[in-house]
Design a protein around this ligand. Structure first.
Ligand code: MCN
Ligand code: FES
Ligand code: FES
Length: 917
């Protein structure tokens, strides 16, 4: 008998109506058996800790999280329903139709879990109230990071109506009349069906379908935040079973330094500071020291534990003040810890303005290192393709830029790298930084074999980039009437261990401190500082939530000092023609006064109700904030897309509009359909070919809310060129055959560049025209504060916004709700500070459905933009630019507690209340 006897058990299970006999390890998890043994990859896995509900299935009539159910607890004869058993694309369950209709699947990663969970609910209760639906999802821990939950509840309510026979399922289907425009409609996105039926394969699903020779990678990671590396001994690990190779920096064929894309020539660093595999130093917790490549994940993990790393610990600077102290050593020797500083000098000297100002307010504010808390852990794989190109599939949101960022580090020419975007369960920006791409590249180049790397949730949270925390000292001056006359500030971004995009972030700080107000005289400075905490990376509304938190809270504080209503203070000062932004640019539209006029009666009503409702222990308040973000890459941005006529009269659109889950498939289809309307091409004949650098052109990043405007313009241009080429003299159009017979090109390249409308800032004053266009809004939050516990609940949020023409109403509504709820997280719960505590979704404070208000209202002012396709501006980032400030202002209005350091945890609110007393 073998030394270690591994006992198995036979189970007969009824899965989705089929009797299945299989042999399982009784210690294994139900989620593993469903995905790996039954091949039912519609059930996804996120946290593996019972916190997210992604893995929900129905087991013997009860909704369970299959990642925490061991097979020994699954009785023989058990009945299991997974998403595949709820319905499929030919026989959709009303829940699936309703989820598609309401845009309840954005990235779609949580969707199978929600649908299965909702099925469990409707089997128990066909007539739930909205509150009962919310309580059900809370009880079953179904979490979503994208939708803000409201569209999910909407979908369940509609599905219940269909099940009760009160609504025909047809009412949930979008009926498109051939030739009609779909702009501004609620047509579901092309990927909706696959997402609601569980057939939309993400990286981990594709990982299970890789060839058998694929190697599984496990990282050896640093457990300290700052150290010198003395030695890395891989000899024991190499002898472990199944190990193919153990790789260190010595196996990296290039410079081993990722290109951090330093944007400004006056950045004191060169941006090349992040190693793929650490060589001389550890710069942050989780840094990769070695990669084990083995035949199974288990073998790789076991071997990784045998790698011996000798370190000499150095002082770890875990925040900006520590790294800025006089005695702090340089974290990256040769580059000062404060590596980028950008002043703003606008208008007159501010000192005399403050001296003679009628009113002055000043304060200091802190925003947290906000974690992205995406539900799909980071994942990817690589191999050499049939043309010998190093091919990497990942969650990259900037395929071509990532090639540029990793090529020198790997030591390979750009043309020999191919990047492909896997379907992804959202990024919210963290994938503007390469996470696994270069690691996979090293492993494929060293072994020559396909390699697969999956992070767990701990690694995803602790090792990927974060929103940089910020420290802002700010003061504002106003005249007797409350007109702002001057502003001074100093904003410091703790950009963590690596400088990637750090100068760009600091610049964004200058763009948005005080944004929205016509402040003629400003003196300020924004800095990026290197520390040993998690490196900073893009996060939805990059830079603006830090900056607007300071200025939007201070405007309230100033108004309070003056005894003025914060609504009036804002109304008086918002941009009107003649105004310029803090960096001296002219806004492209001036809708704020109109938006305020619309909001005024709603605000007054809300304030009145809040006052009337407030009682001894529960206080109610209404808070406002201006929402503002820019569209595009800074200064000169470009995009490219192709349109190709197909034999059967269809058109293929080629682009790399990377899809986090925001809906670039929908944006592409809608713009192509509208642009091609002269040809009368039916929707189903427009083919989308996207996100593979071997076959699609470089159109830039899916960041900066630039997709709709930049890719949209390029798609439109390509379609217009195709139409022009097809046009005959009599005004009719050539067919495919006629084009081919006449030897005319079938594929047309569309371009768009914003360089003509933008200008680089001046180094000394920070003034310039960095962006072509912006998004504008006002957030109104209505909160309840329990003054006995300090707990804040957001009861309602209203967003009045101008993002130009809405291309797809459902997509845009979803973007807005989701962004607002992320703002609740930023305001009240989210943090990544304590490396021993902030290590999972729950402890990092991800908002659950009961943290999100069911009442969310979005009102659109669609001022067409001159340079946007069909008048569109961006959308994605606006809703997260400032909702947290409106919530903090609402807390103050409710109970007088002024929170200046996020998140406003109950204990902080209580402490602030005690201070007033
Ligand atoms: N759209 C529209 N009408 C407009 C503008 C946009 O219908 N006037 C649609 C677009 O078709 C697209 C969506 O709204 O589907 C967002 O478009 P846009 O604002 O152009 O932003 P991008 O396509 O460049 O997407 C990126 C943006 C950013 S920067 C982050 S971060 C982000 C976001 O969008 N991350 C997201 N939204 C997200 N949504 C989900 N679910 N997951 C993420 O990771
Ligand atoms: Fe199972 Fe999160 S609850 S993966
Ligand atoms: Fe719910 Fe993305 S749609 S996590």
């Amino acid at each position: 008998m073998a030394e270690e006897m591994k006992k198995m058990c036979r189970k007969v299970l009824h899965v989705n109506g089929n009797e299945i006999s299989l042999v399982v390890d009784s210690e294994d998890l139900l989620s593993n058996v469903i995905r790996k043994q039954l091949g039912l990859t519609g059930t996804k896995v996120g946290c593996k800790a019972g916190q997210c509900g992604i893995c929900s299935v129905i087991l013997n009539g009860k909704v369970v999280r299959s990642c925490v159910v061991k097979m020994k607890k699954v009785e023989n004869g058990s009945i299991i329903t997974t998403i595949e058993g709820v319905g499929n694309k030919d026989h959709m369950h009303p829940l699936q139709v309703a989820f598609a209709k309401h845009g309840s699947a954005q990235c779609g990663f949580c969707t199978p879990g929600f649908i299965v969970s909702a099925k469990g609910l409707l089997e128990e209760n066909q007539s739930p109230t909205r509150q009962e639906v919310r309580e059900w999802f809370q009880k079953h821990r179904n979490v979503c990071r994208c939708t803000g939950y409201k569209p999910i509840v909407d979908a369940v309510m509609d599905a219940a109506k269909v099940i009760r026979g009160e609504m025909d399922v047809e009412a949930l289907l979008y009926q498109h009349k051939a030739g009609d425009s779909i702009l501004g409609s609620w047509i579901p996105r092309p990927s909706a069906l696959a997402k609601v039926s569980g057939t939309y394969d993400y990286g981990a699903d594709l990982g299970l379908k890789m060839p058998p020779e694929t190697l599984h990678l496990e990282l050896v990671q640093a457990k300290v935040s700052h150290a010198l590396i003395k030695s890395i001994d891989t000899s024991e690990a190499e002898k472990m079973p199944g190990v193919e190779a153990v790789l260190t920096h010595k196996d990296v064929q290039g410079t081993n330094r990722i290109n951090g894309m330093a944007l400004f020539p006056w950045n004191k660093g060169d941006g090349f500071d992040r190693p793929i595999l650490c060589d001389e130093k550890v710069f942050q917790f989780g840094d990769a020291l070695a990669i084990v490549c083995a035949d199974t994940p288990e073998h790789a993990k076991a071997a990784a534990e045998k790698v011996v790393v000798e370190l000499e610990e150095l002082p770890a600077y875990m925040n900006a003040p520590e790294a800025m102290a006089d005695d702090a050593i340089e974290i990256h020797p040769g580059t000062p810890n404060v590596y980028f500083e950008q002043p703003t000098i606008k208008g007159e000297e501010t000192k005399p303005i403050f001296e003679k100002a009628a009113h002055v307010a000043e304060a200091s504010y802190y925003t947290t290192r906000q974690p992205h808390l995406i539900l799909e852990p980071d994942v990817g794989f690589g191999y050499y393709d049939e043309e010998g190109r190093l091919t990497i599939h990942s969650k990259s949101i900037c395929l071509y830029v990532h090639i540029e960022m990793i090529r020198e580090a790997l030591g390979i020419e750009a043309e020999n790298i191919r990047l492909i975007q896997n379907n992804m369960g959202a990024t919210f920006g963290y994938k503007l930084s390469p996470t696994n791409e270069a690691l996979l590249g090293v492993a494929v180049m060293a072994t020559g074999k396909p390699c697969y790397l999956e992070f767990d949730m701990f690694q995803t949270i602790t090792y990927t980039g974060k929103r940089s925390s910020s420290y802002t000292d700010i003061r504002m001056a106003a005249d007797e009437e409350g007109m702002l006359t001057g502003m001074e500030y100093d904003i410091i971004f703790d950009h963590g261990a690596y400088s990637e995009w750090g100068d760009c972030l600091a610049f964004k700080g200058n763009m948005f401190v005080g944004a929205g107000y016509d402040i003629k005289n400003i003196r300020g400075k924004s800095s990026a500082v290197c520390t040993n905490h998690a490196y900073g990376t893009a996060f939805r509304s990059y830079g603006s939530p830090q900056a607007l938190f300071a200025s939007e809270c201070l405007v309230d504080e100033l108004a309070a000092k003056m005894g003025m209503d914060p609504f009036e203070m804002r109304y008086k000062n918002v941009y009107r023609p003649g105004a310029t932004t803090p960096v001296g640019a002219t806004p492209e539209v001036f809708t704020w006064p109109e938006m305020f006029d619309y909001l005024r009666p709603h605000y007054e009503k809300a304030v009145k109700e809040a006052k009337a409702k407030s009682a001894e222990t529960k206080k109610y308040g209404v808070g406002l904030s201006l929402a503002n973000y820019c569209v595009g890459g800074d200064f000169a941005d470009f995009s490219e897309a192709w349109a190709e006529l197909l034999p059967a009269g269809g058109v293929a659109i080629y682009n790399c509009w990377q899809d986090h889950g925001q809906g670039s498939d929908m944006g592409t289809l809608a713009i192509a359909h509208e642009s091609l309307r002269p040809l009368g091409i039916p929707l189903e004949k427009i083919q989308l070919v996207m996100n593979d650098t071997a076959i699609c052109p470089d159109g830039g990043v899916s960041a900066g809310s630039r997709g709709q405007v930049f890719f949209g313009n390029a798609i439109k241009h390509a379609c217009e060129k195709l139409i022009e080429a097809m046009k005959k003299e009599d005004g009719t159009f050539r067919s495919y055959e006629e084009m081919a017979n006449e030897g005319l090109d079938l594929r047309y390249v569309g371009n768009f560049a914003s360089g003509a409308y933008c200008a680089m800032i001046d180094k000394d004053t920070g003034q310039g025209t960095p962006m072509m266009q912006y998004m504008y809004g006002i957030v109104m939050s209505e909160v309840e504060v329990d003054v006995t516990t300090g707990k804040t609940t957001v009861n309602k949020m209203t967003l009045v916004t101008d993002c130009g023409t809405i291309i797809n109403k459902t997509v845009v509504d979803g973007q807005m709700y989701g962004g607002l709820v992320q703002g609740i997280g930023l305001a009240l719960s989210e943090d990544f500070e304590d490396l021993s505590r902030h290590t999972n979704l729950a402890r990092c404070g991800i908002p659950t459905i009961m943290d999100a208000p069911d009442e969310m209202e979005v009102v659109y002012f669609e001022t067409p933009r001159e340079h946007g396709p069909f008048g569109a501006s961006g959308v994605g980032e606006l809703p997260l630019s400032s909702p947290h400030a409106s919530i903090i202002n609402a807390i103050y209005q409710a109970c007088g507690a002024r929170i200046r350091e996020l998140p406003a945890l109950p204990e902080k609110v209580l402490a602030a209340l005690q201070e007033i007393e």
